[in-house]
Design a protein around this ligand. Structure first.
Ligand code: HEC
Ligand code: HEC
Ligand code: HEC
Length: 440
């Protein structure tokens, strides 16, 4: 369930050049068996490919809940309708067993399947376009030799003609796709360049954290664009600003704080929830220290961009503590003392990293309150770090609190401990409730 939501959050795109093409494609796959045995890669390359598959989080979309690894079938909601991820196991009939390394490289970097049909950009090929040849080769070796073939046919999308036509994607690619693998930037050190390569490329962080333009395209694909990683709403969550913005971004985080977050999902400032939980569970915690640190170096080099909310945040608990000691005449304080305070604290500092602080938390200060409403209504799937699920994840309050109570408590939280973010209305909560509780 969580994974379905997570993946659908990433999905946006167009849809399917249906029947005939696919039938032909299937036929072509059967008739042209690959020459994979011809050049078996060595074990170290396959293992490196497995590592890169985790960095690229291929499983997030290509492994369905309770499904076989990489056999596809995960539903993803796009603005045009529901699509399904595909089988990327080396099964020759239903998977990518028929792909040569060149076919594989083209699918990853240009979004074109073996039979020539264009993939919807729900597959993050605009980011994978930056992946270098040697990493493509290792990934290919892993998918051909390290992944168990699974016979499972791909599902057609639930998108109707004419929106299912794929040829407009060629135009989309011509306009929005930046071709060419990542080039090291002169004047930047090894760690910075490694971090930039991972964030922009395989890590595809921008696919969630960069706002989208009119064509659902990411408004920037690297730090040369002002919108790069300034935060974006995706299907009910707000993926935070990752620039140096003081209040709403990573301005107050050190490189070590960032590395801790990516490795464990929590630090003194915040905890992972929503779509980010899955990223931590499956991808960033598997990264080696050098790569995590490189990402931290790169992100911390990004100057403040995007909306930073009010004046620079400074902790002050005085007024809030007073209102919490006499909550009777403040509706938000009443809800907070009854339902939230034992975990998040009267001082708003929580018990980090176990219970996230709310005072000064960048997500609490962000202008867009989607994440806060969503997490209060629906709680969050557990972080699982090195096989251990978090013992006390944020509970769901959808059945406990009314829209008005949730609006009141979040308005209180957004004004508490010197937080200076706007109030939340009951109508916003109602909208999120309908959206996230309706059958998908
Ligand atoms: C955010 C979700 C997402 C992630 C992450 C993702 N994919 Fe995909 N991928 C898709 C979707 C959806 C499709 C099918 C798109 C379509 O049908 O147009 C796809 C299609 C493909 C295809 C084409 C297969 C075919 O014949 O249809 C390949 C190959 C592929 N992905 C490989 C990968 C690899 C390797 C990774 C990790 C490095 C990866 N994908 C990560 C969503 C994703
Ligand atoms: C599937 C969408 C998605 C992808 C991909 C993604 N993120 Fe996130 N990320 C989110 C969401 C949603 C949040 C807000 C919830 C939270 O704070 O955990 C978030 C939060 C974060 C935060 C916490 C910021 C704060 O102020 O609390 C950091 C740091 C972060 N992401 C880094 C990354 C990096 C680095 C990558 C790429 C390796 C990445 N994210 C990829 C969705 C995503
Ligand atoms: C059982 C302890 C517990 C209770 C009670 C609780 N929370 Fe949480 N909350 C958490 C944890 C733990 C997280 C961090 C995400 C996670 O790991 O699930 C969190 C995260 C959050 C976040 C996101 C903060 C971030 O990291 O960016 C908000 C907002 C929030 N809680 C609000 C509330 C509100 C409002 C209430 C009361 C209605 C409440 N919480 C009650 C444990 C709790």
């Amino acid at each position: 369930m969580t994974r379905t939501i997570d993946a659908s959050q990433r999905a946006r795109g167009l849809r399917r050049f249906a029947g005939a093409t696919l039938a032909l494609a299937a036929f072509a796959c059967v008739s042209a068996r690959p020459a994979l045995a011809a050049s078996a890669a060595d074990a170290a390359t396959v293992q490196h490919g497995a590592y890169l598959a985790a960095v690229g989080d291929c499983a997030a979309c290509h492994t369905a809940p309770h499904g076989k690894p990489f056999a596809g079938g995960l539903p993803m909601n796009t603005p045009l309708g529901r699509i399904y991820s595909t089988n990327i196991t080396p099964d020759p009939d239903t998977g990518i067993g028929g792909y040569t390394q060149a076919d594989f490289a083209r699918a990853l970097r240009e979004g074109v399947a073996r039979d020539g049909h264009n993939l919807y950009p729900a597959m993050p090929y605009p980011s994978y376009a930056k992946v270098r040849d040697e990493d493509i080769a290792a990934l290919y070796a892993y998918f051909m030799q390290g992944v168990q073939p699974v016979k499972q046919s791909n599902r057609d999308a639930d998108i109707k003609w004419p929106m299912n036509m794929r040829w407009p994607l060629k135009i989309w690619n011509a306009v929005f796709l930046d071709k060419g693998a990542y080039q090291d930037k002169a004047g930047k050190d090894v760690a910075w360049n490694r971090g930039a390569y991972l964030v922009q490329g395989l890590g595809h962080c921008g696919s969630c954290h960069t706002p989208r333009g009119v064509g659902f395209n990411e408004k920037a694909l690297d730090e040369s664009g002002d919108a790069w990683l300034t935060g974006a709403v995706l299907d009910g969550w707000f993926a935070s600003n990752l620039t140096g913005a003081h209040n709403t971004g990573l301005g107050r985080w050190s490189e070590a704080d960032l590395a801790q977050f990516l490795k464990t999902g929590a630090n003194q400032h915040a905890s992972a929830f929503g779509a980010m939980t899955d990223v931590i569970n499956k991808s960033t915690q598997a990264m080696n220290d050098a790569d995590v640190n490189a990402i931290a170096v790169y992100l911390k080099s990004l100057p403040a961009k995007g909306d930073d909310g009010g004046p620079a945040y400074a902790y002050d608990a005085q007024a809030t503590k007073v209102s919490l000691s006499r909550p009777a005449n403040d509706a938000g304080a009443r809800v907070y003392t009854a339902y939230c305070m034992h975990c998040h604290g009267a001082d708003g500092r929580g018990f980090a990293p176990m219970f996230a602080p709310l005072a000064g938390n960048p997500n609490v200060l962000a202008k867009d309150a989607s994440s806060l409403i969503n997490v209060t209504l629906n709680g969050t799937g557990a972080l699982v770090i090195q096989g251990m699920p978090a013992p006390y994840p944020m509970p769901a309050y959808a059945d406990v609190l009314s829209d008005k109570q949730i609006a009141d408590v979040l308005t209180f939280v957004r004004a508490g401990w010197n937080n200076q973010a706007g109030g939340v209305g009951a109508a916003e909560v109602a909208k999120m409730r309908t959206r996230t509780q309706a059958p998908r």
